[in-house]
Design a protein around this ligand. Structure first.
Ligand code: NAP
Ligand code: MG
Length: 406
């Protein structure tokens, strides 16, 4: 069988623990046999990040800007425990945070759906993609707790020297205060990432905030989104038959639950944090959530939404076989290869990505499931009289390969 020869490379960022093991297997079983992979390889595994003083993460982000498409394996974000486990020189920052900062990007999370797993919300027929604005608000806040009464003020000193001062509240007794901020530039970049991605995947955009209460702060988000839409995207949306729709967050929550899905729900930082956990849980499994980072100028980095699956890795190190679900990681690869194919006008690469995704899902539908999916799919497969085979990761990959080779 002749392999597809890629025209241009993608950036490949290797990672840690169980996902690093699966990464290699996916390449060996599902990619190398069919595609002559062209990648620029960066090892973002924690030992190599430590050796390079995290320079490798910066290099990988630069390469992503240059090549336009990347695929990333899950990586460890070090904490105190990891410092001693890996004898680290420093508690390096989250690679995802570094890359997101350098690309000025927005993360879109979407579930992979299969017929035998129904979302907890019965009306949902299509995936709901969450687009979280990942800068500022309470994630960069300043807080005060007082032990006595008094007055708290908000004071802004402009570069010009002009001072704006507003009283937050005067309290009789002890209380709490919080200061948050955001940048117009960050909101504009977010708006561009959201609308570009929507055009790419041909989905409507819903955006919601609490602008009835937060008239200036949330009002600014609403205004900037609308302005960027009107000035730069309205025509393209209309031509593509897509809509941009703003509504109050309370209303959005109610509509989302009643909806069929199939749209992008854009949210502020906190709302996106909370709602993405709710939506992904309602869709079934973290192992079926994909994630893509999109920059305002259309650079794409694909990955799984889950982490390095540490608990499985420790079992794997003891010599046990694990039933870790590789779907989200496979879909990160197919996402990147499809995007590369689109950019290079290489249809056969897009077709391959499509075929691999379909095969992965049809193998699941046929009852060959990793352990995490068994309880979710049991009932539906039972109704259809399909026998369930619980697969370890490698047997599942081999089964998909067998189907691909047919
Ligand atoms: P995790 O790796 O997502 O795993 C949490 C649990 O979810 C697992 O123990 C497993 O449950 C289940 N799970 C997740 N993915 C699965 C899969 N593909 N197949 C089957 N089960 C799956 O989260 P974590 O344990 O909190 O974090 C581990 C490491 O990942 C941390 O060092 C963290 O910094 C890192 N992390 C990285 C990223 C990223 O790079 N994007 C994101 C999140 C976390 P059971 O054990 O019950 O089977
Ligand atoms: Mg969260």
């Amino acid at each position: 069988m002749s392999r597809i020869v890629m025209k241009n490379p993608i950036v490949e960022m290797d990672g840690d623990e169980m996902t690093r093991v699966i990464w290699k297997w996916i390449k060996e079983e599902l990619l190398d046999p069919f595609v002559e992979l062209k990648t620029e390889y960066y090892d973002l595994g924690l030992p190599h990040r430590d050796e390079t003083g995290d320079q490798v993460t910066i290099d990988a982000a630069e390469a992503t800007k240059r090549l336009g498409v990347a695929v990333k394996c899950a990586t460890i974000t070090p904490n105190v425990q990891r410092m001693s486990e890996y004898k680290l020189h420093q508690m390096w920052k989250s690679p995802n945070g570094t890359i997101r900062g350098m690309l000025d990007g927005t993360v879109f999370r979407a579930p992979v759906m299969i017929d035998c797993i129904h979302p907890n919300v019965k009306t949902w027929e299509k995936p709901i993609t969450i687009a979280r604005h990942a800068y500022g608000d309470i994630y960069k806040n300043t807080e005060i707790r007082t032990t006595e009464g008094g007055t708290c003020e908000l004071v802004f000193t402009g570069k010009s020297g002009a001072v704006t001062r507003k009283e937050i509240q005067t309290l009789e007794g002890p209380g709490i205060f919080q200061g948050v901020h955001n940048k117009e530039k960050s909101i504009e970049s977010y708006a561009r990432s959201v609308f570009s991605y929507a055009l790419d995947v041909k989905q409507d955009v819903w955006f919601s905030t609490k602008d009835t209460i937060s008239k200036i702060y949330d009002g600014c988000f609403k205004e900037i989104m609308q302005r960027v839409y009107d000035e730069e995207y309205r025509e393209k949306f209309e031509a593509a038959g897509l809509t941009y729709f703003y509504t109050l967050i309370d209303d959005a929550v109610a509509r989302v639950i009643r909806s069929k899905g199939g749209f992008i729900w854009a949210l502020k930082n906190y709302d996106g944090d909370v709602m993405s956990d709710m939506v992904s849980t309602a869709f079934g499994s973290l192992a079926m959530m994909t994630s893509v980072l999109v920059s305002p100028d259309g650079v794409y980095e694909y990955e799984a939404a889950h982490g390095t699956v540490t608990r499985h890795y420790y079992r794997y190190l003891k010599g046990e076989t694990t039933s870790t679900n590789p779907i989200a990681t496979i879909f990160a690869w197919t996402g990147a290869l499809r995007k590369r194919g689109e950019l290079d006008g290489q249809k056969e690469l897009c077709d391959f990505a499509e075929r691999l995704e379909k095969t992965c899902l049809s193998v699941l539908e046929a009852g060959y499931l990793t352990k995490d999916l068994v309880p979710l799919a049991q009932e539906e497969l039972g109704k259809k009289g399909i026998e369930i085979h619980q697969m370890d990761t490698m047997s599942y990959l081999k089964k998909v390969r067998e189907e691909m080779e047919k």
